[in-house]
Design a protein around this ligand. Sequence first.
Ligand code: SAM
Ligand code: SF4
Length: 476
Amino acid sequence: MLFKPEKLKIKDQRMKSFIDSDELWGFINNARPTKEGVRNIIAKSLDKQRLTLEETAMLVQASDPELVEEIKQGAKSLKEKVYGQRIVLFAPLYIGNRCINKCAYCGFKSTNKAIKRITLTNEELVAQVQALEDAGHKRLILVYGEHPTYDAKFIADTVRTVYSVRSGPGEIRRVNINAAPMDIDGFRIIKDAKIGTYQVFQETYHEETYAKVHLGGIKRNFEWRLTALDRAQEAGIDDVGIGALFGLYDWRFEVLGLIRHTNHFEAVYNVGPHTISFPRIQYASELNISKSHLVSDEHFTRLVAILRLAVPYTGLILTAREPGSIRDEIMQFGVSQIDGGTNIELGGYSKKDQAEAQDIDLEQFQINDSRSLNEIMDELIEHDYIPSFCTSCYRRGRTGEHFMEFSVPGFIKRFCQPNAMLTLAEYLEDYAPAATKEKGYLLIQKKLDEMEKDSSRADLIGKIEQVKAGKRDLYF
Ligand code: SAM
Ligand code: SF4
């Protein structure tokens, strides 16, 4: 449901801003990181405790290279200790780029006349989903501009269509959404279509900067956006994703904003966000922002390590906005999901020639990692990561899985790793070229050899044999 900005008078007290920028700057400016202090904070995180705003501020202020290295090492140890070597893969699918807003950083802004406006028809949507299924994808995130055409019913219909498409052995088992904020009734309509996660990025938690970069349309309303996922929670969607667009304002402030947002959810709904995203500004058609806060690679990798330590049990999503080299480093900090074979051009997945498919006139911004899904799979396998297409928790009703992965002893061993191996085996059977198949099964064997020889392992081996014999969608 879309509203006129003047109608967005928020009466419900729970829908008021919970960000106090003086308070956040106070934490940053008062932080005096010492070696001992930073080491204690890292140790607290490794002891599986979430960090406070004050402690997170100490980490963002620690600029001594030795301490920065310790923070990064801390994030790596946490990943190794808790999460193991799985990476979940997904693909973004752009449904429509019509938009009434004027976000200075985005190629879809309403004033951009250079861009072709497209909304996929039902047939085009089906063709895109078939192409994604044919590549081996099982998890998608659907992306929409903000426009009256893309109301809750439209979004729910596209979700249902995506779930209904079958191409050979392919099917999409989880559909996440990145779209404009709705009212509570709108979120209910979308929930009924059985979405996975609903993402809304605040872009910047700094209200003044927010006003400077959102020059028109509904998105100008800071509070309406900030409380979007509260309305989602009220509508029963407890699986939500937050994010900040790094490069609009000081990265240290945005990190604290994300932690404040997380605390808010925990305090009010007793559950943190499912995921945090940290897109960094990329070149876009008619990009019009000040360059003063653009985030360097060095600061970017540092901030992801800090987020990992600050909220050890929240999923972290890294996208193809980042080049392969940065992705490789950041994945070691416990990123839980990456996209693969990404094409953000409207209708781009079904084009035969992928080089021809990268057309900035149809894209929201430029991506920096355009490797195919199989190239990414190859690379992950070579680096000993188990690529996973698992959708088990969501379908078994085990919500809050990141929290469980983190806090329930043996959860990863019982569910995540075996499910990753089963979905990898499916991919190897149905989509992988011979060389990937060989490497993939060697990795599966290696991981089986590392497991305790108990009944769960025997169960898993039995299920892998069933996948080889043609059974699909087996999970724990
Ligand atoms: N229109 C909806 C909205 O604004 O929330 C959802 C889709 S929007 C296309 C998804 C996200 O893309 C935005 O929230 C923003 O963080 C990100 N984005 C926009 N322009 C970008 C750019 N130039 N570089 C990187 N990310 C960008
Ligand atoms: Fe529209 Fe979203 Fe782009 Fe803003 S970020 S112009 S709302 S598509």
